[in-house]
Design a protein around this ligand. Structure first.
Ligand code: 13P
Length: 341
């Protein structure tokens, strides 16, 4: 493989000590929904101002190894006139890009989804690499419910993830393979563990079938938690133990890092879960973050679309980044929440 050494180095750099990834790759539709909740208009310019606030936060490069961008953002310039990918690279932060084009209904399988975006992917990857991207993301969505997920849903999403990962590695871009088991539903933690295990086994079987270099990729899974509507919510220690157990059973040690999504968990809980998992180490892989909402939510609500709030919003983003960085070594404490720097 042409880019083997570069892929391995980029993957390692993304899970460098004390650092993790910021997922800022919300599609125009998703960022629009988040802005609408705050009454902020969703335009090309408000998206740009918001991403500028996040990316120009002073000092975040101590905690953020890479940022996942969306197609609109990778083509935009900062308010200071520097293309966003270059602004990040100049700070030592690796630019990445979401390359799936979203999930549609899986035919003949009500309530289930299949992620698309393979057509034309080779050409899009070459363009993104030319713009400075060095890694990519593809998200598959698995829903737990009565009689689902089906085998068809799991196998077809796992196959698409593996085909995407192969295209990304061919282009010299590290694939972040994201099979998200949604937390929506009243299922218990045990069911989440069973489904997550089945999904991860299928994903690694497909990755191996497509010849994907495990040392040159990262896995972005959900944690093993109780469904949001489940009457009994597993505690932090239970989540940490079940998640680590599941990953040890299913993820080869050749994978350099596992970077969790936050999936709708509160910011503080996502940090506490990661911290508890790292306390259970050492592990065969780095355990880190690739959070969207859990890194951004406090900053987004403070920012509120107003330039006057930028400094305070950046302080909140810096603080969440710092807490998650501490969780990489199991050294986060709830007291840190009161010491906002
Ligand atoms: P959340 O952490 O908000 O789940 O976002 C991560 C992500 O990239 C989802 O695809």
């Amino acid at each position: 493989m042409n880019y083997e050494r570069e892929l391995v180095e980029t993957a390692k750099a993304l899970v460098a000590p004390n650092k993790g990834i910021l997922a800022a790759d919300e599609s125009v539709g998703t960022i629009g929904k988040r802005f609408a909740k705050l009454g902020v208009p969703s335009t090309v310019e408000t998206h740009r101002a918001y991403r500028d606030m996040l990316f120009t936060t002073s000092g975040i490069e101590a905690f953020i190894s890479g940022v996942i961008l969306y197609d609109e953002t990778i083509r935009q310039e900062s308010l200071g006139g520097t293309p966003f990918p270059r602004l990040l690279a100049d700070k030592g932060i690796i630019p990445g890009i979401k390359v799936d084009t979203g999930a549609i209904d899986l035919p003949l399988h009500p309530g289930e989804k299949i992620t698309q975006g393979l057509d034309g992917l080779r050409e899009r990857l070459a363009e993104y690499r030319g713009m400075g991207a060095r890694f990519t993301k593809w998200r598959a969505v698995i829903t737990i419910g009565a009689g689902i997920p089906s085998t068809a849903c799991i196998s077809t999403n796992a196959h698409a993830l593996a085909r995407y990962a192969a295209f990304a590695q061919e282009a010299g871009l590290v694939p972040i393979v994201e099979p998200e088991v949604l937390m929506d539903g009243d299922h218990d933690q045990e069911r989440c563990e069973a489904v997550t295990s089945t999904v991860l086994r299928s994903v690694f079987q497909e990755l191996s079938g497509q010849g994907v270099l495990l040392e040159g990729m990262l896995l972005k899974p959900s944690m093993v938690i109780s469904g949001k509507q489940c009457a009994r919510q597993a505690g932090v220690q239970e989540v940490a133990e079940a998640t680590v157990r599941t990953l040890r059973r299913t993820v080869p040690a050749a994978v350099p890092g596992i970077v969790f999504l936050s999936g709708g968990q509160s910011s503080e809980l996502a940090t506490a879960h990661l911290n508890a998992m790292n306390k259970l180490g050492p592990h065969p892989w780095e355990l880190s973050y690739s959070y969207g909402r859990a890194l951004q939510e406090p900053a987004l609500s403070i920012w509120h679309g107003e330039e006057a709030n930028v400094v305070a919003a950046q302080a909140a983003f810096y603080h969440r980044s710092k807490c998650n960085s501490a969780a990489r070594t199991g050294s986060y404490t709830p007291e840190m929440e009161h010491q906002q720097s």
